[in-house]
Design a protein. Sequence first.
Length: 84
Amino acid sequence: MKMLSVRLDDQEAAALEALCATLGLSRSEVVKRAICDLALAAGRRPFGQAAREQGLIGCFRGAPDLGERHQKHLKRALRAKVAG
């Protein structure tokens, strides 16, 4: 296991201590989790980019605004089902 020494100013030290208290974790664990989160974020592609690369955008049929106006579309579908 490797050891790391980090210099923190007063604000950074206070923020670290507050995180430790809030999360109930040691300083080492908070720093380890932050490193993992940053590493994952650096390797992630935006969802839209990944969907485009996989050919998912534009391959579905239906209302293009379903995510924004789902209540309207649900009501319309229920009315059609009851009427039909």
